[in-house]
Design a protein around this ligand. Sequence first.
Ligand code: DX5
Ligand code: ZN
Length: 217
Amino acid sequence: MNHLVAPSILASDFGNLQRDIEMLNRSEADWIHVDVMDGMFVPNISFGFPVMEAVKKHATKPLDVHLMIVDPDRYIKEFAEKGAYSITVHFEACPHLHRTIQGIKEAGCHAGVALNPHTPVAFLDDIIQDLDLVLIMSVNPGFGGQKFIPNTYKKLHDLKALSALRNPNLYIEVDGGVGEQNVKQLIDAGANVFVAGNSVFSAVDQLQAIKNLKNPF
Ligand code: DX5
Ligand code: ZN
């Protein structure tokens, strides 16, 4: 699978959201990553449905929704109706993960599970075959612009091995501290979807930053 790039609008200029989404439409980005935080699961609040609607109104690319919220079952249907392409919930926030994943699929979306830095890939052993996507957090969720955690490479190797065995078409997404400096090494470790917030939106030439993530060799 050719790798995908999913810039995170968490790092965009919310005062110029339409402008930034139109930039992503013109760019080589594949998906648009939408980070929803509730101030409970993570110590930060980002945005909810009104912003999701605004993004959907202007975006021409699939919306990759990352729910950093407790009890996400409450909102899956509504995110699907508002145009999510994929919905990713956190392993640590879902006591009935199998049911939650079925709910995402019944709502018509691709289903993903995110793992915090301390959560082993092995915990997915009995659900991996039901997933479209696994998101490996390479920082602690809650904020953009944090430092990449090197143990991520080991987790990507573990996940790649599990996926090769049981779910070869899995999207293996990495989120947090991703940029030009590590994308090639992350591809080698098995990742095939790259979330990038600050490395895209803090760049002087944002289109070029996305191009560099798409063509890192
Ligand atoms: C962090 C979010 C990330 C964030 C990544 O909790 O899940 O998607 O936007 O931002 P950067 O790329 O700046 O680390
Ligand atoms: Zn995210």
